[in-house]
Design a protein around this ligand. Structure first.
Ligand SMILES: Cc1cc2nc3c(=O)[nH]c(=O)nc-3n(C[C@H](O)[C@H](O)[C@H](O)COP(=O)(O)O)c2cc1C
Length: 435
């Protein structure tokens, strides 16, 4: 199937925090702020807006601690405060009918039984609209908060594969027709259809059965964002939704093709893997207005905020380094998310200052700036060039307004072109994503 005959799936990328992606995006004209970021009205407005635009899901990235080991991150509001999105989702599900919700939980830090139970419960509470973003975690600070040492990168993925075996077994331990609610014979659940799993692996063990009956989707939609060799092969095996990393069109095309081939090798339909790129487009009525908005957004943080934001992905404090140091000299010390550092060294080996400023809009691409028609052209071209399945929009400024602009201006333009559906196809996230 060629990309041009397919519609785009749309997601929204946030964290339950003041500035999810674009640094200091919480700084916004006070008179335009209808709800503060911690108020329910803020999140409800985001969710209902996205549903108006037929988005598949609101995706919450997350971790255990934000950037809270660092005073500058606390000061600038960079992923700190950071609240638990799994607690917010039921409220948002009650305000919407079709929008899906993807929450992040770590295979390194959450026990498999706990995960299997929470996700299956959320599938009931959202009436079949929950997804799980599977992460193995990269930040040692999270481990410090939980008193769990972060294992080495590839071992995290080995553990994650075994983790999936446990959670699949737990989800399957309660057969779909086990709960009979037979009033006459006083049988709630048929014990013959609920099974212990007695799983004992190298890293994980669980007796089962899971105490939660299957939700409307049977199991949550599985999402993943690995970029490494281990991460990509994990996605090809398990993920239904993949958040692919940034890169040139050529790199992205190769990434998508590689993922589809690997999924095929696993016996899966390669198009059952919905591959999305994350973008923070800036849309306005005129090109000049969009350019001015971009200048304002990207001009807000300074070098001190730029460098503080690099600390978690780098895994160490870079503030004492000379801003003119070439990135290739720094790369050997990077222990966190190496991917973006490696790509930049490969591309043009920028100075630290230049690289840090590129991260201002973490959604990486500020290429897509302009009128709804200009930006729709860019997304169409990108889908055609890469064969991806859709896009994840990250808010570049006050999310209720940023998403309203996208939904009321960009989405209708994409709908007119037949690229985005009008309305939903079913009640569950999986039906809307894969149906
Ligand atoms: C769009 C996107 C969202 C991500 N969300 C999270 C997240 O919520 N929590 C987290 O710990 N890591 C998150 N990551 C990091 C990935 O899970 C993964 O660790 C990273 O892309 C590096 O890939 P690798 O683990 O294969 O080396 C995200 C990455 C991307 C591209």
């Amino acid at each position: 199937m060629s990309a041009s005959s397919r519609q785009m799936h749309l997601n929204a990328f946030v964290l339950y925090c003041p500035a999810p992606v674009t640094r200091l995006s919480w700084v916004y004209p006070k008179d335009k702020v209808r709800h503060q970021w911690w108020e329910m009205g803020y999140w409800e407005e985001i969710a209902t807006t996205l549903e108006r635009g037929s988005f598949d899901a609101l995706f919450f990235a997350d971790n255990m601690g934000g950037y809270g080991s660092d005073a500058d991150s606390i000061k600038f509001g960079m992923h700190f405060p950071l609240l638990d999105p799994a607690m917010l989702v039921p409220r948002l599900a009650a305000k919407t009918e079709y929008l899906g919700f993807v929450v992040t939980m770590s295979t390194t830090f959450v026990a498999p039984y706990h995960l299997a139970r929470s996700m299956q419960t959320l599938d009931h509470v959202t009436e079949g609209r929950i997804g799980w973003n599977i992460v193995t975690s990269t930040n040692p600070h999270e481990g410090d908060n939980l008193d769990i040492e972060l294992p080495a990168h590839d071992e995290r993925y080995e553990r994650a594969h075994e983790y999936m075996e446990v959670v699949y077994a737990l989800w399957d331990s309660f057969e779909p027709d086990a709960m009979v609610m037979d009033h006459d014979n006083r049988i709630m659940t048929n014990p013959d259809k609920v099974h212990r799993i007695d799983f004992k692996g190298k890293w994980h063990a669980s007796a089962g059965p899971l105490s939660v009956m299957p939700g409307p989707q049977g199991r949550p939609v599985l999402a993943q964002a690995g970029a490494s060799e281990a991460g990509v092969s994990f996605a090809a095996k398990h993920a239904e939704m993949v958040f692919a990393p940034a890169g040139s069109d050529q790199q992205r095309r190769e990434m998508v093709a590689d993922l589809r081939t690997r999924a095929s090798d696993q016996g899966r339909n390669p198009y059952d893997l919905k591959i999305m790129f994350t973008h923070g487009p800036i849309v306005a009525d005129s090109t000049a207005e969009a350019a001015a908005l971009q200048e304002e957004i990207l001009g807000r943080p300074g070098y001190d905020a730029d460098i503080a934001a690099l600390r978690p992905p780098a895994g160490f404090d870079l503030s004492d380094l000379d801003p003119q140091t070439q990135l290739s000299e720094i790369l050997p010390r990077v222990t966190g998310m190496r991917g973006p550092f490696e790509k930049a060294v490969e591309d043009d080996d920028p100075t630290l200052a230049e690289f840090a400023s590129r991260f201002r809009n973490l959604a990486a691409d500020s290429r897509f700036v302009g009128t709804p028609s200009d930006v729709a052209d860019e997304f169409e071209a990108l889908q055609d060039a890469t064969d991806c399945d859709g896009f994840q929009f990250a808010p570049t400024y006050y999310p209720p307004d940023c998403y309203a602009t996208i939904v009321d201006h960009l989405v209708p333009e994409l709908q007119r072109r037949g690229r985005v559906r009008r309305g939903y196809t079913g009640p569950t996230l999986r039906e809307n994503l894969l149906g």
